[in-house]
Design a protein around this ligand. Structure first.
Ligand code: LMR
Length: 401
């Protein structure tokens, strides 16, 4: 017998987020709580089918369309809808046609298309991510051939953004470094930059000739769909060239449909057209062309005033419930006399809270209480509900004793 060609293959560790989600499913404990993966769950603990999605799917079904291939760059009305959502109708970026958008397989797919394209035009491609960040940022850019470093962002001791340190990091970067920024609802910390801080970051990107790459995976979960585009719109006004990766996994609750988009904001229309041909060739070599169903839902909603209003309402309800759960968790921790003040949880934005729990405490939460969180201490507050919040608070109280 010859030795198997796979004999030398070593086991890779489970994904730090998706691996926990898998482990949670097989945990037999009835009172288990999944605060690991970033998904919004209802008060009943389920991933919702949004009203707007149910209505739109019915409309699409009634059309009885065949399942034809869609263009490599995706549905045109989807791509134009994404631009309107990002920059606002009538914005200079849209009117001048210097932005180009390609549909992608979720936000991850958008990041990968951008990274693949950039790796073809940069010498020694280098990217930096915030410390900390969503771990997949590092994996995606490394897999596209980048060397990935980090810039200072969060001060663990003080539990807030360390903006002077961030500025110092960014000012020390080499020209053409790709800077991955969280446009809103920073994952994992939940702390976002102020308007003035964004302006400073833009100034540094200009003077140091950096390449901004804004990841907006949680649009609408911070302060609102329009409000959460503040950073994107400031970059658009600056005249810089930059990328935006969008995701509709969370804000449309379309996780499994993989609906995302990459937008490249270029110098002018002709440049945007050339960039698009390159993004299309990256897509073609990876998966040929994107899936239709999820993008058709989003495109229909973004181009129909009534459905759009319904989406705003569905999203508002999710946003309000998340904020209520932040308050409920802080209250429960206070009432049971937790040895630490957790009021900072109410100041964070989006789905996540960076609790400050250590890796050991997170492990104990899982082992002793069946409460799953990410090793960094990140919990998904959007998966809390009135039935599990007190149990979660008690578990946290115990492990921080
Ligand atoms: C998360 O951060 O939990 C989500 O974005 C899901 C993922 O793909 O990691």
């Amino acid at each position: 017998m010859t030795q198997s060609i796979f004999a030398c293959v070593e086991k890779k560790p489970d994904d730090p987020i998706l691996g926990l989600n898998e482990a949670f499913k097989t945990d037999p404990r009835e009172n288990k709580v999944n605060l690991s993966i970033g998904v919004y769950c209802t008060e009943e603990g389920n991933i919702p089918l949004l009203n707007v999605v149910a209505l739109t799917e019915q409309k699409l079904l009634d059309k009885k369309e065949a399942h034809a291939y869609i263009p490599i760059s995706g549905l045109p009305q989807y791509c134009s809808g994404v631009q309107k959502l990002l920059f606002g109708e009538g914005s200079e970026v849209i009117a001048s046609k210097r932005a180009t958008t390609i549909q992608s397989l979720g936000g991850t797919g958008a990041l990968k298309l951008g990274a693949d394209f950039l790796s073809t035009i940069l010498d020694n491609p280098t990217a930096v991510v915030s410390a900390p960040t969503w771990q997949n940022h590092v994996a995606i850019f490394e897999s596209a051939g980048f060397t990935v470093g980090s810039y200072a962002y969060y001060n663990k001791e003080q539990g807030c953004i360390d903006f002077p340190a961030m500025v110092a990091s960014l000012e020390g970067l080499k020209e053409n470094t790709v800077v991955i920024l969280h446009a809103c609802c920073h994952n994992p910390t939940g702390f976002d930059l102020t308007t003035e801080e964004w302006a400073k970051v833009i100034e540094i990107c200009k003077t140091r000739k950096l390449i901004p790459f804004l990841d907006i995976a949680y649009q609408g979960f911070g302060n609102g769909l329009e409000e959460d585009t503040e950073a994107v719109r400031l970059f658009a006004k600056s005249g810089l060239q930059f990328f935006v990766s969008s995701s509709f996994s969370k804000n449309f609750s379309l996780y499994g449909e993989r609906v995302g988009a990459l937008t490249a904001v270029c110098a002018d229309e002709a440049e945007a057209a050339r960039v698009l041909t390159n993004l299309k060739s990256a897509a073609r070599a990876n998966y040929s062309n994107p899936p239709k169903h999820g993008a058709a839902i989003v495109a229909t909603v973004l181009n129909d005033p009534q459905l759009l209003a319904q989406w705003h309402e569905d999203l508002r309800q999710m946003r309000v419930r998340i904020k209520e759960m932040r308050t409920a968790l802080v209250k429960a921790l206070k009432e049971i006399g937790a040895s630490k003040d957790f009021s900072f949880i109410e100041k964070q934005n989006g789905m996540f809270s960076f609790t400050g729990l250590t890796a050991d405490q997170v492990q104990r939460l899982k082992d002793e209480f069946g409460v799953y969180a990410v090793k960094s201490g990140r919990i998904c507050v959007a998966s809390l509900n009135t039935k599990n919040v007190e149990y979660t608070a008690k578990a946290i109280k115990e492990v921080i004793k």
